[in-house]
Design a protein around this ligand. Structure first.
Ligand code: NAD
Length: 373
């Protein structure tokens, strides 16, 4: 196993999730790389102190430039508020490190393009985080879409719903303000999850009409007062795309105010002869549609059929930490040129593609018209 030194900038929700994926790397049986968390930079002392439980993590610093100067760091994963993406991502690349970026890859389209350019200029390996396609069910929907057995595709629905923002008493954090989350709001927060597979399959929207909704205008500020919140919380994008020469309606849904949904990622492709549907609400279950004189929805439990093999028994069900680990395996193996025919992480070009969709959605919302991309 080749050891790769990892540095994390931003040790919050996602920074800790990634550290735990490295901690149980022994679960993977067919990877040739071993990530080792060696450094963490975060502004908050308590956040940094959590990483003391990782013995290999020798550097804890408030200054990410110190992490970038550490020769033991080969790859930097960055999970910070969106207004900081562009500056920190470009600093990582200019320090000669490879970058595993978080979505939405900059606060807006211009920012995403600057990061893409910096990646090309420095020649570093860059990918963007998007873990849901690594669920076995998602991979099977992709396979069904590529199989040619669905007939003429009639519709695509891809989305991500949660309801974290339904609780009006939840204090505001940086995701509730345009200045830190971006004017794109929920599009930047959840949009990569909805757009990644359509873009990978070449299903780029050519035209879209957006319905964007805001959440509560005020929230507790966590200090006894209230603060104004201005981000979009829900987005429905009604798109046209072209599949096999046919114009096909595609709906991309991103919601932070979805009653009843804790954290649900879903993808459905329906054609004249077949269809496939997967949702993390039933994480081991795949639905396949069979056309004909009589029509059937067939349901099967997939078990743990991951791209990278593991010690976990094939009958068990996969979860969020598993797909995070699979995504890292894909990142590190692709960096070594050993991904083979497995699914790879979102590319910088795909990340820019998502931001083109988000920019068109903002333009559509403000004009009330459909917008061409
Ligand atoms: N892939 C996913 O499923 C997923 C899920 C949630 C969030 N995210 C993305 O991850 C990123 C971070 O989100 P989060 O939910 O982990 O946020 P968070 O608020 O939990 O963590 C962000 C951390 O960044 C630190 N930070 C801020 N400025 C810093 C600086 N200059 N130097 C070093 N550290 C700094 C903060 O102290 C905080 O600990 C965002 O881009 C978000 O969109 C991805």
């Amino acid at each position: 196993m080749k050891t790769i030194g990892i540095g994390i900038i931003g040790g919050g929700l996602m920074g800790r999730e990634m550290a735990s994926a490295f901690g149980r790397w022994c679960a993977l049986t067919d990877v040739e790389v071993q990530p080792e968390l060696v450094a963490v930079a975060d502004l908050v002392e308590d956040v940094r102190n959590w990483f003391q439980r990782v013995p290999s993590c020798k550097q804890l610093t408030a200054d990410y430039k110190e992490l970038l100067a550490n020769p033991a760091v080969d790859v930097v994963y960055v999970a910070v508020p969106h207004n900081l993406h562009e500056k920190i991502y470009i600093d990582v690349l200019e320090a000669g490190k490879d970058l595993f970026a978080e979505k939405p890859f900059g606060i807006d389209l211009a920012s995403a393009k600057n990061i893409l350019d910096a990646g090309k200029r420095t020649g570093r390996f860059v990918r963007c985080s998007s873990e849901f396609p690594f669920f076995p069910g998602a991979q099977r929907v992709i396979a069904a879409a590529k199989s040619g057995k669905l007939g003429r595709v009639l519709q695509v629905v891809s989305g991500f719903h949660h309801s974290s923002d339904l609780d009006a008493t939840k204090p505001a954090n940086w995701k509730r303000f345009s200045r830190t989350c971006g004017e794109i709001g929920v599009l930047g927060d959840l949009g990569m999850h909805a757009c990644h597979i359509p873009l990978r399959l070449g299903w780029r929207p050519q035209r879209l009409f957006a319905q964007l909704q805001k959440g509560y205008p005020q929230r507790p500020d966590g200090k006894g007062g209230m603060t104004a919140c201005d981000t979009w919380d829900n987005a429905m994008l009604h798109c046209w795309t072209t599949i096999d020469g046919n114009e096909v309606p595609m709906r991309l849904e991103m919601k932070r105010l979805a009653p009843g949904e804790t954290d649900t990622w879903f993808l459905e492709v329906l054609g004249t002869e077949g269809g496939a549907r997967y949702s993390t609400k039933e994480p081991k279950t795949l639905w396949l549609f069979e056309g004909g004189k009589e029509q059937y929805w067939k349901k099967t439990d997939l078990g743990f059929g991951m791209s990278f093999k593991t010690v976990t028994g094939g009958i068990f069900e996969p979860g969020f930490p598993d797909v995070i680990q699979q995504m890292w395996a894909a990142f590190l193996m692709e960096r070594e040129g050993k991904l083979a025919d497995r699914f790879g992480c979102a590319t910088p070009e795909e990340a820019v593609g998502t931001q083109e969709i988000f920019a068109a959605a903002l333009a559509s919302q403000s004009s009330g018209q459909a917008v061409s991309l």
